[in-house]
Design a protein around this ligand. Structure first.
Ligand code: FAD
Length: 400
């Protein structure tokens, strides 16, 4: 294998490039990215970077000389198409680059709110450093801030915005897609305690204003004054290149357990990949640093001739208002939950069971529980409800 070409210089693209070198791959490694500057990580954008406590240096995944040292070629530009017959990609500027193996690490794009007024000035999404810079500046003069979407991005934005905001969520609780009701309730109280207003079960009908947003119209007809609206209503995988190249696509680029697409010369990793998830028992797309980093490592191993089925445990974290939530495992389909620890004191974990087996653990300000949970999940098989019950639902004691 001579040239591995990676499209997308984000968390997973960067991970593939560095993991190839870690594996001793000595061919060309080319990383093509359409964002300005060096590869960077996104999590601080809605946390310290937004609040002004983290700067560019904290965002950067590695300094410039690292790429020269590792002989990773960085090419700025956007890939316009993949020519599978010719084994090359063509950039928007017309230049072509050949590959022996191609990795699609194109990530995802923020979903646009499908209502009138969603492109008015003062309406923002948050995914890139450029967006964070504009948003940070806009926050300085904003008076009425409305967050549409009570998921991780919206809530982290609210937590780090430095002023009371109104959070509008169409579901009947916060973080409904990814957290248990116990955890949703805890974070709702935390945000209300910080002065935020939470409106649950309310959709947005329109964003109103002449050129610039001045009001948010809710589905019940009520109006909220707004001069800054942050829309955090989820993402869509960036699959256009794969689709146009005729690869299998279904809620992401479809890959096998080695992160290979329907073309064995092309892999896909990170937010854009729909992979067979062992823990979920079904094909899944995950949007997390863990998923991006671990899939990058697994894809690189397969390319370097050391394939091993991808089975890493999904885990995630979010920081809001001094509380750290860490989630290990997959909560979907869980039928039973147990709360352990000090709920009132804000240090607790929620254990979720599916078919009587531990499926997910959410830890709020309990990092040792999170570590123990990850170790427990690494054990084969994962513990049953009765085993944990016998140990008073103490994760550390169960692992020991
Ligand atoms: P990305 O990092 O998005 O990288 C994809 C790159 O490909 C982008 O630079 C894109 O511009 C580029 N690209 C796309 N198409 C082309 C093309 N045709 N040509 C060239 N380049 C292209 N996860 C956590 O686990 N914890 C957190 O606390 C957390 N916080 C987050 C906060 C924010 C604000 C955001 C946006 C995400 C957060 N995430 C968090 C999620 C995590 O950052 C993503 O899951 C991760 O970045 C996915 O990596 P990726 O490489 O798949 O995609």
């Amino acid at each position: 294998m001579e040239t591995v070409l990676v499209v997308g210089a984000g968390q997973s693209g960067f991970g593939v490039a560095t993991s190839l070198r870690d594996k001793g791959f000595d061919g060309r490694v080319v990383l093509i990215g359409d964002e300005p500057g060096l590869p960077y990580q996104r999590p601080p954008l809605s946390k310290g970077y937004l609040a002004g406590t983290a700067g560019d240096a904290q965002l950067r995944l590695r300094p410039e000389d690292f790429f020269a040292e590792k002989n990773i070629e960085l090419i700025p530009g956007r890939v316009a198409s993949v020519d599978r017959d010719g084994a090359k990609v063509v950039l928007e500027d017309g230049s072509a680059h050949e590959y022996d193996h191609l990795v699609l690490a194109t990530g995802s794009v923020n979903r646009v709110l499908p209502v009138p007024g969603s492109t008015l000035d003062g309406v923002f999404t948050l995914r890139t450093k450029d967006e964070a810079d504009v948003l940070r500046a806009a926050l300085e003069s904003a008076e009425n801030v409305v967050v549409v979407g009570g998921g991780f991005i919206g809530l982290e934005f609210a937590a780090h915005a430095g002023r009371p905001v109104t959070i509008v969520e169409v579901q009947d609780r916060l973080m409904a897609r990814v957290a248990t009701p116990e955890v949703s309730a805890y974070f709702a109280a935390l945000h209300e305690g910080a002065g935020h207003t939470i409106l649950l079960g309310k959709g947005v009908a329109a964003l109103r204003g002449e050129g610039r947003v001045t009001e948010v119209e809710l589905s019940d007809g009520s109006l909220l004054p707004a001069d800054l609206v942050l829309v955090g209503v989820g993402v869509e995988p960036r699959t256009r290149l794969a689709e146009e190249a005729g690869l299998a696509v279904a809620n992401g680029v479809v890959v096998d357990e080695h992160l290979r697409t329907s073309d064995p010369k092309i892999s896909a990793v990170g937010d854009c990949a729909n992979f067979p998830c062992v823990q979920a028992g079904t094909a899944t797309r995950l949007e997390s640093v863990q998923n991006a980093v671990d899939q990058a490592r697994a894809a690189a191993a397969a390319i370097a001739g050391e394939p091993a089925p991808y089975d890493s445990l999904p885990w995630f974290w979010t920081d809001q208002l001094g509380a750290k939530l860490q989630i290990a495992g997959i909560l979907t389909g869980a039928e039973k939950t147990v709360v352990t620890g000090d709920r009132e004191g804000g240090k607790f974990s929620v254990l979720s069971f599916r078919d009587g087996v531990l499926a997910g653990v959410e830890s709020v300000n309990r990092p040792p529980d999170h570590i123990a949970a990850r170790r427990l999940f690494a054990a084969d098989p994962a513990p049953r409800f009765e085993t944990l019950e016998a140990n008073g639902f103490d994760l550390k004691a169960t692992f020991a």
